[in-house]
Design a binder for this molecule. Structure first.
Ligand code: FAD
Length: 456
């Protein structure tokens, strides 16, 4: 079994994921050297950074992107691959904070992020990276009324088209006694996110963006009316300097785990939260006995399981994600832990091997909303998407690129989520946020357990 232990593996290696095993071996891009001046520098080569660089280059802006490891090395190349509208924070919670009208606008913007990914897949001929369409949100308790009213409210206020699947119908599709009903959402789809990030990066280069890997952004400061970024190659120790009018910070959780912050007001507000994914050995037709749905599947628990079938024919495997923790090192028996979660739902699968197991860090702020827009003149953020970043990173890239290129101000709708003093106490390396988040997770698990017990 292949496993990755996060930041302790060779710095430019990808996590030992199923995606990395699928991806074509590619030469590392060179690290940045010497001194340069450009209009815009993007820090971070995850989907937020790559999408921003792609958009800026296509608009004719001279852009350099620096990535400490390699493109897609962070959460963007390790996630579950579900592309769906919405945010890490639930839409009804957002509505409580900003009102229905702004919540609808935000939801529509997040839907635009789904559209962006869909459009790039079509334009770049990446259909092979798409695994399936639709999302089943299953419940492990028996409160169908809750699902019904959620579907009705989402249709009325957010224009969604969910269908209710009662237990008898659902069990023809997912053979688990733990599920008591579901909502089917036709809009989401799932992709190989690492393949997508790599393809978008290559296309950004074609459009004129200069991408550098193994280049850690060390120090950001103002000099002679421009921003100066000092970088260090993590492999060779070579340093470089880049001056720019605009800096886009797209460093997410991996920006805040280093001891020295690149931009403290942001890094200190982002709490890294780890989560895990495994992929089974090829199970082929054995999967048909339990899962007859090609799309995304997730339960509605506060900290639930999410999974999908990947690969084709006899090579089909189960890709399964779950659990969260503020612990940063990978658990000793990660594969066994998630295999036990799978067998709890589908004991019929019997014995099988886990071929790949890996972890990734998501960047959360206290408010579970992304940080997008200008933090001070010339400093832009496109970050903190939590566990819902495939659409929102694309949305953020569009907002930031439109602002830099055209002076567009749509991003200001996110200004209310920019971190303040309290947020800075909750993130980064502060123990306060870690303890509070871990406690919140345990409390969520306890509430899920109680609801499921009542259903039984
Ligand atoms: C296991 C897992 C499952 C998930 N599943 C889903 C899902 O199914 N659907 C969904 O929508 N979202 C999912 N997410 C969330 C989603 O993956 C993230 O929100 C999204 O990828 C974040 O993209 P990003 O570009 O902001 O950050 P990242 O992809 O983490 O990229 C940040 C990059 O910045 C680089 N960096 C940091 N500091 C520096 C520095 N100082 N100098 C240079 N480079 C630096 C890092 O090396 C890293 O490559 C999941 C996340 C995880 C971890």
């Amino acid at each position: 079994m292949s496993s990755a232990s996060d930041i302790s593996v060779k710095r430019h290696d990808h996590a030992g994921s199923w995606y990395a095993a699928q991806s074509q071996a590619r030469e590392l891009r060179p690290s940045l050297s010497g001194a340069r001046q450009v209009q815009c520098v993007v820090v971070g080569g995850g989907l937020a950074g790559v999408s921003t660089a792609w958009l800026l280059a296509r608009a004719g802006i001279e852009v350099v992107l620096v990535e400490a490891h390699r493109i897609g090395w962070g959460a963007s190349g390790r996630n579950g691959g579900f592309v769906s509208p919405g945010f890490a924070e639930g839409v009804f919670e957002i509505e409580k904070r900003v009102g229905r009208s702004d919540a609808r606008t935000l939801f529509d913007m997040s839907r635009g992020g789904v559209g962006f990914v869909e459009a790039r897949i079509g334009e770049l001929g990446l259909e092979g990276l798409v695994g399936g369409q639709g999302w089943l949100k299953v419940i492990r308790h028996s409160d169908m009324d809750m699902l019904k009213s959620r579907a009705a409210r989402m249709a009325r206020d957010y224009g969604t088209d969910y269908t209710l699947w009662p237990a008898d119908i659902l069990r023809q599709t997912l053979a688990s006694e733990h599920y008591h009903g579901a909502l089917h959402d036709p809009e989401p789809f799932h992709i190989d996110p690492l393949g997508y990030a790599e393809a978008l990066a290559a296309d950004a280069e074609k459009a004129g963006a200069a991408l550098f890997e193994q280049t850690h952004a060390e120090w950001l400061h103002r000099r002679e009316g421009r921003w100066q970024l000092d970088t260090l190659c993590l492999e060779t120790g070579e340093t470089a300097v880049i001056k720019a009018d605009h800096v886009v910070l797209a460093t997410s959780a991996y920006g805040s785990i280093h001891l020295a912050d690149l931009y403290a007001p942001l890094d200190q507000a982002i709490l890294p939260v780890a989560t895990y994914v495994v992929t089974s050995e090829p199970l082929g037709s054995r999967l048909d006995e339990v899962i007859r749905f090609p799309g995304c599947i997730a339960d509605t628990r506060r900290a639930g399981d999410y999974y999908r079938v990947v690969g084709k024919g006899d090579e089909r495997r189960l890709l399964w994600g779950g659990r969260i923790t503020t612990r940063r090192s990978e658990p000793f028996r990660l594969a066994d832990m998630l295999k036990a979660d799978i067998l709890e739902i589908y004991p019929q699968l019997g014995d099988f091997k886990i071929d790949y197991a890996w972890s990734g860090l998501m960047g959360y702020t206290r408010r579970k909303m992304p940080v997008i827009g200008e933090l001070e003149p010339g400093i832009w953020a496109a970050t903190a998407f939590g566990g819902h970043g495939l659409n929102t990173s694309a949305m953020a890239a569009q907002l930031v690129a439109d602002a830099i290129v055209h002076g567009d101000e749509q991003w200001t709708l996110f200004k209310r989520f920019h971190p303040g003093t309290i947020d800075r106490m909750a993130g980064g390396n502060s123990p306060v946020g870690r303890v509070a988040t871990q406690a919140a997770y345990w409390s969520m698990q306890a509430r899920d357990w109680w609801e499921e017990r009542q259903a039984q």
